[in-house]
Ligand binder design. Structure first.
Ligand code: M6R
Length: 368
């Protein structure tokens, strides 16, 4: 049942190229001229044209996908987006209006807090879109419309392919919406779709380099604590990488927006502290390098996950680099998260933990 892999998590990490393709299947128009989302029956192009703001609500890893979703919608549709953890959203009196689109993201479609947020959004008259991996789940049944991620069953408690297929769903939805409101040119839409279509093969390339990540993970596993840093979507991926590591290896880690280090956390950086830096945003490269220098000046050791174009520049400051294939800056999470998943997996393995069933956690969280 594990398809020859030692754990479901490793199987699911390796299934990501297929999950990306399955989530795209039937949704790309011929010649990459646009996106088809025939499942949107209530949230029609007319409804989308009237939307003035978006709330993305989810828990855990799905929330981290929502952070990337926020930047995709802001980038492509030019509409303000807020992203909230479901258990916070409900209690802070969010301003939900009929021209608000609430997007709930849930792999299982059964997470209690996410479901409660969905109900609250509906009560306020908002349009509610679900992104879920389970057809017929509670979230799918109660939302106005559902975009299904076709990642296939995810058994490991630590979410991997569900998260990345949620990213694909956000990419497609944001381009679909962009077309309706003409926030992007046809040419730009085609350009992005071509880059999205290339992602599965690029993930395959990353997966073929797992030996390097295994070695790095075994080294990280000797430490009690480490940090992830990044800016923009690299920060969103840092949060996800850090959660994954904590969840299955029980190593303490924190994710920080790189520019925030000097506002407190830098005090924790001392000789030998490992720092994983996500460096994929060309517009932020100089700033990111100077944040990395703040770390190395205090003896911190940096493992950088960097895009092809900046590897030499970044290698001057980092102790070691892992090089990602080239994609568009705002699509990079679909690539950069994969090495962090493998680091978490191999760190957990090195420490002898139950990778697929970490202590204290359940796959589906149906209590609030
Ligand atoms: O089924 P959901 O996507 O609603 O689950 C949300 C979280 O419980 C889930 O993503 C959790 O954070 C994962 N175990 C993280 O790997």
């Amino acid at each position: 049942e594990k398809g020859g892999y030692d754990h479901f998590m490793l199987k699911e990490i390796n299934e990501q190229p297929k999950a990306y393709r399955d989530t795209m299947r039937g949704r790309l128009r011929e010649g990459l001229s646009g996106v088809k989302l025939t499942e949107l029956k209530v949230i029609t192009p007319e409804v989308l044209r009237e939307i003035r703001n978006v709330h993305i609500v989810a828990c855990g890893t799905a929330y981290h996908a929502g952070l990337v979703g926020r930047s995709l919608i802001e980038h492509n549709v030019n509409i303000p987006v807020e992203t909230d953890v479901a258990s916070e959203y409900r209690y802070r009196k969010p301003i939900i209006k009929p021209d608000t689109l609430v997007i709930v993201v849930s792999q299982s479609g059964e997470t209690a807090d996410t479901l409660a947020a969905l109900r609250e959004a509906k009560r306020c008259g908002a349009s509610v879109l679900a992104i879920t991996n389970v057809v017929g789940s509670s979230v799918a049944r109660e939302a106005d419309d559902t975009i299904v991620t076709w990642a296939g069953p995810e058994i490991a408690v630590a979410s991997t392919k569900a998260y990345t297929s949620q990213l694909i769903a956000f990419m497609l939805f944001s381009l679909y919406w962009a077309e309706q409101v003409e926030s992007l040119s046809q040419e730009e839409i085609r350009h992005q779709l071509a880059a999205i279509e290339a992602l599965p093969e690029q993930v395959e390339l990353i997966l073929s380099q797992e030996d390097q990540l295994k070695r790095v993970a075994e080294d990280m596993a000797k430490h009690n604590s480490l940090f992830f840093i990044g800016r923009g979507v690299d920060y969103a991926v840092s949060l996800e990488g850090s959660l994954k590591l904590k969840e299955i290896s029980y190593i303490h880690s924190e994710a920080y927006p790189a520019g925030e280090l000097k506002h407190g956390t830098l005090a924790l950086i001392e000789e030998g502290v490992p720092v994983i830096a996500l460096v994929t945003q060309p517009a932020l490269i100089e700033k990111m390098i100077s944040n990395m220098q703040e770390v190395t000046a205090r003896g911190g050791r940096i493992f950088a996950i960097v895009d092809q174009a900046h590897k030499e520049q970044v290698a001057k400051t980092a102790d070691e680099v892992f090089v990602l294939p080239t994609t568009l800056a705002h699509l990079s999470p679909a690539l950069s998260v994969v090495p962090t998943q493998l680091i978490a997996y191999y760190a957990s393995l090195a420490l002898g933990h139950d990778v697929d069933k970490p202590r204290n956690l359940a796959k589906s969280v149906t209590v609030e």
